[in-house]
Ligand binder design. Structure first.
Ligand SMILES: *[C@@H]1O[C@H](CO)[C@@H](O)[C@H](O)[C@H]1NC(C)=O
Ligand SMILES: *[C@@H]1O[C@H](CO)[C@@H](O)[C@H](O)[C@H]1NC(C)=O
Ligand SMILES: *[C@@H]1O[C@H](CO)[C@@H](O)[C@H](O)[C@H]1NC(C)=O
Ligand SMILES: *[C@@H]1O[C@H](CO)[C@@H](O)[C@H](O)[C@H]1NC(C)=O
Length: 437
């Protein structure tokens, strides 16, 4: 610790006295006295004081912002101004809550720990854990984190009366009810402008927050987008390019599994939210309305398996092998405007249809007569040819509302034996056929 210079202390006291005097004089009705002081060459002294004051002001600014934030929150809660204020909170970065869905699995501990561990700060990324199912052990697990997370509980625990054939889908009804309730809570009661949705069986990548934060302005600016997802449905080792963790794409297929939406999308969906199977519903043309999502080449989430409503076999055969990105990318330092449709589509079409068309067997036999860095294109013309190609390239072969997983303008992109392959319809493609399933 440095000893304080007594001279400096004296000067400070003198300066304070001077400030008090000047202030008094300026405030006094007799401003003439003040004016005369100014005329008597005290300008230099005042200049020095001003510098001192400015420094103090800078120090106080941080504190002032905090106080101001609290006051504004109290005054403007619920209003649009409140939301905008919140958007500009700390350092002008947006506030994006993470909504974590929990039911009866204590594995919720893992995503909570990871979210707390990776989030840059609590102000910009509040964590809301929404609990359904009234499962005491899960609730206890969540409460361990105290006010590091905000626990909300879905109140409607009534049972579903379903026809016999639908009974096995009860879990999907409960999930849709939980999602609808919690999203209403997030947007209408808590008044957030956007949300990142995760579930209790998800692992997250170290750059999860930087990924979503950097893509929020893109999502907000581009009306042809309706989500940002952390998931690549074809994100298995061997199918992805691993030498560049920054690679991002547009996708007409809603991937879910760690995804971000805006308030505007919720306002659009909230009154017609379905009773079950919300994810397939959101993929239907009436909801998607030709909009796309952003997805990474290397997933920023990974499911560690769930026992419950979703198919355990699907996990064992597929989900388990999706790679989680380990090498953090500072997305905030990158210009991501190439993902806006007007910038993206022209290059995309040029890239895909500028690649030489080759036969599927040439690719699978490793007989492509081009340098490994040159992409190639394999054409499909109908649903069975797509499925055949998909099987041989080990990519997902299913469709939802006519869209293949990760498809963009009908094109699915993957790696095969170290080469980029575009599985593409003919160049005069007319759009998705919802009958393909
Ligand atoms: C904001 O308003 C909601 C409901 O109107 C209330 O529950 C909440 O406590 C308020 N928050 C603050 C910080 O005043
Ligand atoms: C959300 O709240 C709105 C307004 O109260 C209501 O119309 C809508 O049905 C709610 N949606 C869901 C899914 O609960
Ligand atoms: C990685 O991908 C990004 C986004 O496409 C690109 O800007 C960058 O140049 C690539 N880096 C390398 C080393 O290829
Ligand atoms: C689908 O496409 C393949 C290859 O282009 C072709 O051989 C096959 O006859 C087509 N099948 C149908 C049902 O049109």
């Amino acid at each position: 610790m440095r000893r304080r210079n007594p001279l400096l202390l004296l000067l400070s006291v003198a300066s304070l006295g001077w400030i008090a005097l000047t202030y008094h004089l300026l405030k006094s009705p007799d401003n003439e006295i003040a004016a005369s002081y100014f005329r008597q060459g005290i300008q230099t002294k005042l200049d020095a004081l001003e510098v001192g004051l400015r420094n103090q002001k800078n120090d106080a600014r941080g504190l002032y912002a905090v106080v101001d934030g609290i006051r504004q929150t109290k005054q403007l809660n619920g209003s649009r101004a409140f939301r905008e204020q919140r958007l500009r909170a700390s350092k002008g970065r947006p506030v994006i809550p993470i909504l974590l869905f929990a039911c009866n699995r204590v594995t919720v501990k893992k995503p909570i720990e990871q979210l707390l561990n990776y989030r840059p700060n609590a102000e910009n990324f509040p964590i809301i854990v929404s609990a359904d199912c009234n499962h005491q052990l899960t609730l206890k697990t969540i409460k361990v984190y105290g006010d590091q997370v905000q626990l909300i509980q879905q109140p409607d625990q009534s049972d579903y009366k379903l026809p016999l054939k639908q009974k096995k889908f009860k879990g999907y009804y409960k999930i849709a009810r939980h999602y609808g309730w919690a999203l209403n809570k997030t947007f209408l009661d808590l008044n957030y402008n956007s949300v990142i949705i995760v579930e209790d069986d998800l692992e997250i990548a170290p750059d999860f927050f930087s990924y979503f934060e950097s893509l929020l302005p893109i999502l907000e600016a581009d009306p042809s987008l309706y989500c940002v997802s952390a998931w690549n449905d074809n994100g298995k080792a061997g199918l992805i390019q691993t030498d560049n963790s920054s690679l991002l794409y547009r996708s007409d297929f809603f991937p879910g599994l760690g995804w971000m939406m805006t308030r505007d999308l919720w306002l659009e969906l909230m009154t017609k939210w379905p009773k079950a199977f919300w994810d397939d519903w959101i993929r239907e043309p009436e909801q998607r309305r030709n909009r796309a999502c952003i997805r990474p080449e290397i997933s920023r989430t990974k499911t560690f398996g769930k026992i419950g409503v979703s198919n355990g076999l699907f996990y064992e055969k597929h989900l388990k092998f999706i790679e989680l990105s380990r090498e953090p990318v500072d997305f905030l330092s990158k210009d991501l405007s190439y993902l806006l449709r007007d910038n993206y589509d022209v290059d995309f079409v040029k890239e895909v249809y500028g690649s030489p068309a080759v036969a599927l067997t040439t690719v699978t036999n490793g007989k492509v007569n081009l340098p490994i860095w040159r992409p190639v294109r394999v054409t499909y013309t109908n649903i069975s040819s797509f499925k055949h190609i998909a099987k041989l390239l080990s990519i997902m072969d299913d469709f939802k509302s006519g869209v293949p997983r990760t498809g963009y303008r009908g094109v699915v992109s993957c790696m095969h034996k170290g080469r980029r392959v575009y599985v593409a319809p003919p160049a005069d493609w007319k759009g998705y056929d919802p009958k393909w399933s």
